[in-house]
Design a protein around this ligand. Structure first.
Ligand code: DON
Length: 337
């Protein structure tokens, strides 16, 4: 046999293929296993920092328009509950629509899933968050992530006056283990003064008998949207739903795999509004955005991610936030697909 002929023999080709395949699998495994560090987060953050110039801070709620467009933060809670932060980690912002997943959890825990979803659908979103959608036809909101469904969900939480809101606030404080969390009264007043479209939805649902209470219930929705927190708090919320409603420090008081699955499925199909389908393809992780500039992400069975950058794309999702999540998901193979 000549010197190089082994390489071209059948056995040689099989061996070479086996070795290169093994190397590829090993490389993929080590990439997956590589630990997340604050360095990783800050590299990704710096790469995406300037995306804010391509978006716009929400100003349809006047008080939101005062946010610093340049602020940016990136947090991760890993599988073991360890926290990693980068950027403006102390910067607070209002959770806005992210509060919808907490209200859903509270309502379903109290009333049971069937008593919530006989009044609204499990449909994915292909419409903007404040769309009336089929309220005028079937009368029922598409899902609990769009404003109509979220207003209805909050109205289903029991208690007089602001009691339902306080339950949502308490749950946010519990999940984040942060008793200092409050709502921003100026943002709340601003939403209440300008939220006529939401008021319209509230009264259509009252007209069709889905809502039975008074405007206190709508105020509770405005208040929950005005809860202020940080990117780290969002990462802890993402961790909670990723891990069967177990808190990042291992506390199992609310452990419930079914509620976690329900919330994550809604995040995946409707959490990023009409961008949810494309987002599923690109990122492939249950996520929920808010017009305050935050996004919370659950990596099922693993970690939670929280991002913040108030400049939004045309759908109302944080632009730099989306790109930071996308980069992290690619780098660590996080997509569920
Ligand atoms: O109801 C509203 O318009 C706001 N309080 C919440 C909307 C929101 O965050 C949509 N998210 N991307």
């Amino acid at each position: 046999m000549k010197k190089n002929s082994f390489l071209f023999s059948t056995k040689g080709i099989v061996l070479a293929t086996f070795l290169s395949l093994n190397t590829a699998i090993y490389a993929q495994k080590t990439a997956e296993a590589a630990p997340i560090t604050e360095r990783t987060l800050s590299n990704i953050l710096e790469k995406n920092r300037t995306y804010y110039t391509q978006g716009k801070v929400a100003d349809y709620i006047p008080e939101l328009g005062k946010m610093d467009a340049k602020a940016i933060a990136f947090s991760v809670v890993d599988k073991n509950g360890k926290i990693y932060n980068s950027g403006d980690v102390n910067k607070k912002f209002t959770m806005q629509s992210i509060s919808k997943i907490i209200a859903l959890m509270v309502a379903v825990t109290e009333k049971g899933e069937s008593n919530v979803f006989d009044k609204m659908g499990y449909f994915g979103s292909d419409k903007p968050f404040n769309h009336f959608s089929n309220l005028e036809t079937t009368g029922k909101p598409l899902n609990p992530m769009m404003n109509a469904g979220a207003i209805l969900t909050t109205s289903l939480i029991s208690g007089e006056g602001e009691k339902p809101f306080l339950k949502v606030l308490d749950m946010v404080r519990y999940i984040t283990k942060n008793q200092g969390i409050e709502y921003n009264k100026s943002v709340y007043e601003s939403e209440k003064a300008t939220g006529h479209r939401n008021r319209g939805m509230f009264y259509i649902m009252k007209n069709s008998g889905l809502i039975s209470g008074n405007e206190d219930q709508l105020d509770n929705y405005f208040k929950q949207c005005s809860i202020e927190l940080t990117a780290e708090d969002l990462a802890k919320i993402g961790y909670f739903f990723a891990n069967q409603c177990i808190r990042f420090d291992g506390d199992t008081t609310y452990k419930n795999a079914e509620i976690a699955k329900l919330v994550e499925s809604q995040m995946l199909t409707a959490g990023m509004y009409e961008f949810s389908g494309e987002y599923s393809r690109m990122v492939g992780l249950p996520s929920k955005s808010g017009v305050g500039g935050g996004i919370t992400v659950s990596v099922p069975g693993k970690m939670g991610i929280g991002v913040f950058s108030p400049s939004l794309d045309q759908h109302g999702n944080s632009l730099a936030g989306y790109h930071m999540i996308l980069d992290l998901a690619k780098q660590y193979n996080l997509s569920i697909f």
